[in-house]
Design a protein. Structure first.
Length: 234
């Protein structure tokens, strides 16, 4: 049963993404401020990021732009020369997206700037990680959603919520630093695995801890910044 889940979670994520699309665009259930456009609502922004990442996961592990299935693990083998267990990919994405990002989105809103924007930071940093290989002529599964959705969405939300909105530059910086740390921990675990420092079990455990770290860092950044999260103290 667990092995079946490891190969089918992207399809489950696609189903959840479709439900989120309906809730995002046809209801107000995922909004915190109906006095402004949903495209300017911090809570809606956070849920949009979660939905977009579930679609991204489907491109990576479901069906990619060229019709390949479960392609990202094959990419890992080609680029890094390793093949971690299927549980690794499940732990990374189910942990960070299904649990961490939905928890953050549920608690997002004007009173939680960093929490609201952290998913946008994850979208942007992840999209850049997919773009870099293109300069060497290497296609990576997930780059389509990265270019078409991640980059435009993250730039838009940074524009309306930070440049034109009330969130400060400190919030913008924190929302980029938090996912950068998460991505760095992920990359470090991959390198340690390739060096045989980490085994299969350790590789999976680190990803679970990393998902919890995503939430902890977002909340921690807000406590550190306090009133600096806004251009003007509230």
């Amino acid at each position: 049963m667990l092995a079946l889940f490891h190969t089918n979670w992207p399809w489950m994520g696609l189903g959840m993404a479709i439900v989120l699309v309906i809730l995002l665009f046809f209801t107000n259930l995922l909004r915190s401020d109906t006095s402004v456009s949903r495209w300017r609502d911090p809570k809606w922004c956070a849920w949009f990021g979660t939905c977009a990442y579930m679609l991204h996961n489907f491109e990576e592990y479901g069906i990619d732009l060229f019709g390949n299935t479960y392609e990202f693990p094959n990419l890992m083998d080609r680029m890094m020369g390793i093949q971690p267990p299927a549980a690794f990919y499940t732990a990374v994405n189910v942990g960070a997206v299904w649990f961490a990002s939905t928890f953050l989105a549920k608690n997002a809103g004007k009173n939680h700037p960093v929490i609201s924007m952290s998913m946008m930071g994850l979208l942007l940093t992840n999209a850049l990680s997919h773009l870099i290989p293109l300069f060497t002529g290497t296609y990576t599964a997930g780059v389509f959603i990265g270019i078409v959705v991640f980059i435009p969405a993250s730039i838009w939300f940074y524009y309306v919520l930070v440049i034109k909105g009330e969130f400060s530059g400190y919030t913008l910086a924190a929302s980029l630093i938090v996912p950068f740390i998460i991505q760095s921990v992920l990359m470090m675990s991959i390198l340690l695995y390739r060096s045989s420092v980490l085994g299969d079990v350790g590789m999976v455990i680190i990803q679970i801890i990393n998902a919890a770290l995503f939430v902890a860092l977002a909340y921690g950044a807000e406590k550190i910044l306090k009133d600096k999260m806004y251009k003007k103290a509230k």
